[in-house]
Design a protein around this ligand. Structure first.
Ligand SMILES: Nc1ncnc2c1ncn2[C@@H]1O[C@H](COP(=O)(O)OP(=O)(O)OP(=O)(O)O)[C@@H](O)[C@H]1O
Ligand SMILES: [Mg+2]
Length: 204
């Protein structure tokens, strides 16, 4: 499998839209949004059912979330980008360094035993760790699109493993959420996400 995706130039989206070219040639944003949502919901069920004692939340697992969720729709599912990318004033990891930066993050996560030991530890400690890695992955922003959803799913599987429900973001406005993401990328400040996660973490 190719590990990188080269195609984010003008040909990545359909002309004058923010809809990525897709296998069904769908150009209606509501339809594409609904399909993405449906694929994501189905994938949550599948990955939740697949959680086992020996599941490793490693890089391969992270990539497989993106690939298996969206490969029926997008050719670049599961592939890292190799071009530079920004949103607003935030510049994400440069394309050329994604592979190596990703390895570093997941090596650190391995040292933390993939956050698999938090069932009986203080929720505050867990939220701090989750926020740290969420910021790291947000700043990496490794995929062309769908980074937010796949990153949330990744941490939802980790918290499930530890006996928690999926993280509840319902009390956070989109603006508050993006501000936390901006603080992560531009100021390496994960305290906003830490509060959001702590507030959204509830035992099953
Ligand atoms: N200006 C910004 N600075 C830093 N990070 C940002 C900014 N805007 C968005 N983000 C981050 O990028 C994510 C969106 O990335 P992307 O569009 O690849 O994924 P998505 O699945 O469509 O996201 P979402 O469902 O969260 O909108 C957001 O969830 C947020 O974490
Ligand atoms: Mg998006």
């Amino acid at each position: 499998m190719k590990s990188k995706y080269h195609l984010k130039d003008s040909s990545f989206y359909y002309a004058n839209t923010d809809i990525p070219k897709n296998k069904f040639d769908i150009k209606d944003s509501q339809i594409i949004h609904d399909i993405e949502q449906e694929l994501l919901i189905k994938s949550y069920e599948i990955f939740f059912d697949e959680l086992e004692e020996d599941t490793l939340f490693d890089e391969e697992y992270f990539k497989s979330l993106h690939k298996r969720t969206f490969e029926s729709l997008y050719e670049w599912a599961g592939l890292y980008r190799d071009f530079n990318m920004s949103k607003g004033e935030s510049r994400f990891c440069q394309g050329a360094f994604i592979e190596s930066s990703s390895k570093k993050i997941f090596e650190e996560l391995k040292q933390d035993n993939y956050l698999k030991d938090f069932e009986n530890r203080p929720k505050e400690e867990f939220a701090k760790k989750l926020a740290y890695y969420k910021c790291e992955i947000n700043a990496l922003h490794p995929f062309c699109e769908l980074n937010g959803r796949i990153t949330r799913m990744f941490f939802d599987m980790i918290v499930s493993f530890n006996g928690y429900k999926f993280i509840d973001y319902s009390s956070v406005t989109p603006k508050e959420y993006i501000n936390c993401a901006i603080e992560c990328v531009q100021y390496a400040d994960e305290s906003g996400f830490e509060k959001i996660i702590l507030n959204g973490l509830n035992k099953i």
